[in-house]
Design a protein around this ligand. Structure first.
Ligand code: ATP
Ligand code: MG
Length: 324
């Protein structure tokens, strides 16, 4: 079980402090998926890195907790963190080529992981574990792939290998950060199917990051919508997509290209995300919100539970008698 509670993450830069994640809470059970969606810069990757215990040195999780089976990732020292990475939580990225050393064969890279994370000292044992991981991700001709160098594989194959590398140490949580963005549509679909199958057969808690709400529906039971680091809506995927409560979620759904709308009818969300160093007072979404009320400029909405969901919007905070 993955449980994130009241998480805040900031980056410390020469230009000031960037508050990238501001009070996010959710749970993901084994065998289930949570999708994190939001525009560019909303804090999706930062949240993923915090869960994977892989924040860069200039980032700090200042408040909250990230628990996997009870252990708080944020409290671990460097050695414990190194032990936990892979065996408790793994991460897959958008560009698989960036996560492989080009000088090593796939067999060497996967073998290393098997040795360090599974403690398989024998070469043959490590090779067998690597092969098993490749078979698990449906890699055709896995023996040949072991002897290949990263540049000899296509983007789709390499992403499959990256997923094999991530599941090899048998983690409980898998964070996938836009893993299909660089692939063509057919391959995207195959990778989504693969992640779905893995989460079910291995009992993984899957955190799937995407800016594409249409993709979210394919893999995840639940959706978390982020806006400028704030959790604006969290709930079951079908509910959120069919009847979004937050005006930002409503706007995001309007942006999904649909056949019946035809070309040129795609509606962008007016305005842009605020500068994270100068977030507006009150509700962070108020400058772009079509339903903005006076109170939204002053008061920060607190998350409220409503219709199997959590939504952070003053339309639902009762100030206006719960009006929508
Ligand atoms: N290493 C870093 N140092 C300083 N600021 C950072 C760093 N990484 C991200 N940020 C800032 O943190 C905020 C959240 O960024 P993040 O990458 O988490 O967003 P995202 O939702 O993943 O965006 P995208 O869809 O473009 O991948 C942004 O304002 C970004 O500029
Ligand atoms: Mg990102």
């Amino acid at each position: 079980m993955l449980e994130v509670r009241g998480l805040h993450v900031s980056y410390y830069t020469l230009g000031g402090v960037i508050r990238a994640v501001r009070g996010v809470s959710f749970r993901v059970s084994p065998g289930k998926g949570l999708c994190i969606v939001g525009e560019s810069g909303s804090g999706k990757t930062t949240l993923g890195l915090a869960i994977a215990g892989a924040l860069p040195p200039n980032a700090r999780a200042s408040r909250g907790s990230v628990r996997i089976d009870g252990a708080n990732i944020l409290e671990l020292g460097p050695e414990d963190l190194e032990r936990v990475r892979g065996s408790l939580v793994s991460m897959v990225f958008q560009d698989p080529a960036a996560s492989f050393n080009p000088l090593f064969t796939i067999g060497q890279t996967l073998g290393d992981i098997a040795r360090h994370k599974l403690g398989l000292a024998e070469r043959s044992e490590a090779r067998e574990a690597a092969l098993a991981a490749l078979r698990r991700v449906g890699m055709p001709d896995p023996e040949r792939v072991l002897d290949a160098y990263p540049h000899e594989l296509s983007g789709g194959m390499l992403q499959r290998v990256a997923i094999a590398a991530a599941i090899l140490p048998r983690p409980k949580v898998l964070v996938a950060d836009e893993p299909t963005t660089m692939l063509d549509v057919t391959l995207q679909y195959q990778i989504l199917k693969l992640l779905n199958r893995l989460k079910e057969t291995l009992g993984l808690a899957l955190v799937f990051i995407t800016h594409n709400l249409g993709i979210a529906a394919e893999v995840c039971e639940d959706i978390l919508v982020l806006y400028a680091g704030h959790m604006v809506e969290l709930g079951p995927t079908d509910k959120v997509l069919e009847e979004p409560l937050h005006p930002y979620t409503q706007a995001l759904i309007e942006c999904i290209p649909r056949i019946d709308r035809g070309p040129g009818r795609l509606k962008p969300i007016p305005g842009s995300m605020p500068d994270p160093r100068r977030l507006p007072g009150g509700c962070v979404f108020h400058p772009r919100c079509p339903h903005v009320m006076d109170i939204c400029r002053e008061r920060d909405p607190r998350p409220v539970a409503l219709d199997k969901r959590v939504v952070s919007c003053l339309l639902y905070n009762g100030e206006k008698g719960g009006a929508r």
